[in-house]
Design a protein around this ligand. Structure first.
Ligand code: OAD
Length: 268
């Protein structure tokens, strides 16, 4: 088991997981950290390719992940997103992603038995085999026409121009099909997330700083409806004090250990 989680806490959380029939899991960038993808609040200019470092001395998602940034400099913003898109396409799921796919399989796939609510745009949960995934912040793999709103799956090569021209409307351009700060979350995803949080008997928050709403509020919705709550994070967050079980450590280690303890099975 991961050194940083207390054994008794892990055992207690595993007991709750073994008893749970309806599970909802919220994930954030931390789950993909062990796949080599940077978290939002951990990245610095040093993480960027050399030619981009001049553009961003201090990498700040609050500045780049906004409609205002795209309007002001679509070439710069799409170049950054294209770099991240290719990084996501090249990345592979880690044991944390796979453990969540295993958990979904164990719950039998019955309607409503498992919901994976993710803030991640990298599609690694789906690559690991998770099926019931709610993408709260869209996907960086898909792009959409700014004029028609139609989504488009670009080929897995770098774009030739920034921003790329839309194939759907003359003179229009593509933008990443993600939710930017200041934009509304997709209605269907939000409704599905609230329904999952309200109806689950166990809610798990994994690898998220729990500072971006509404996602950070799902745990309280679940808790208010009687669900047991578990947090898995490398470090304490604003919700650590109020979850039933706080498991400190890397999700790629904690989640497989949790599943092994809950089901006495290999959770790779
Ligand atoms: P953040 O970058 O804010 O937080 C990542 C969290 O993962 C932190 O709490 C880390 O401690 C934790 N972490 C890092 N490595 C970990 C590991 N190996 N195992 C477990 N935990 C680990 O990312 P998010 O919470 O996903 O929104 O950010 C939420 C949203 O803010 C994003 O979806 C994005 C962002 O700006 C939009 O773009 C709208």
């Amino acid at each position: 088991m991961p050194e940083s989680s207390g054994q008794s806490e892990l055992t207690a959380a595993a007991g709750a997981l073994a008893r749970a029939r309806r599970v909802a899991v919220l994930t954030g960038a931390g789950v993909s950290a062990e796949s080599g993808l940077r978290t939002f609040r951990g990245a610095t200019a040093a993480d960027l390719p050399a030619d981009m470092q001049a553009l961003w001395k201090e990498f700040d998602p609050m500045r780049l992940a906004t409609p205002e940034a795209f309007d002001a400099d679509p070439a710069m913003v799409t170049r950054w997103y294209d770099w991240r898109r290719l990084g996501c396409l090249a990345a592979e799921p880690n044991p944390g992603h796979r453990a969540l796919a295993t958990l979904e399989g164990r719950l039998g796939g019955a309607s409503g038995s498992f919901h994976l609510l993710t803030q991640n745009v990298d599609r690694l949960h789906q690559k690991a085999g998770s099926r019931n995934v709610v993408e709260l912040h869209g996907s960086i793999i898909e792009w959409r026409c700014v004029r028609t709103g139609r989504a488009f799956l670009p080929p897995p090569e770098p774009f030739e121009s920034f921003p790329p021209p839309s194939p759907h409307a003359a003179g229009a351009v593509l933008r990443p099909n993600v939710v930017w700060f200041g934009e509304a979350l997709p209605e269907a995803a939000l409704a599905a997330a609230y329904a999952a949080a309200e109806s689950c008997d166990l809610f798990m928050s994994v690898g998220t700083s729990s500072v971006v709403y509404p996602a950070a509020g799902f745990l309280d919705v679940a808790s208010a409806n009687g669900a047991v709550t578990i947090e898995v994070n490398r470090e304490p967050t604003p919700i650590s004090e109020r979850v039933d079980h706080c498991l400190l450590g890397r999700s790629g280690e904690v989640l497989p250990a949790l599943l092994r303890a809950a089901f006495d099975a290999d959770a790779r």
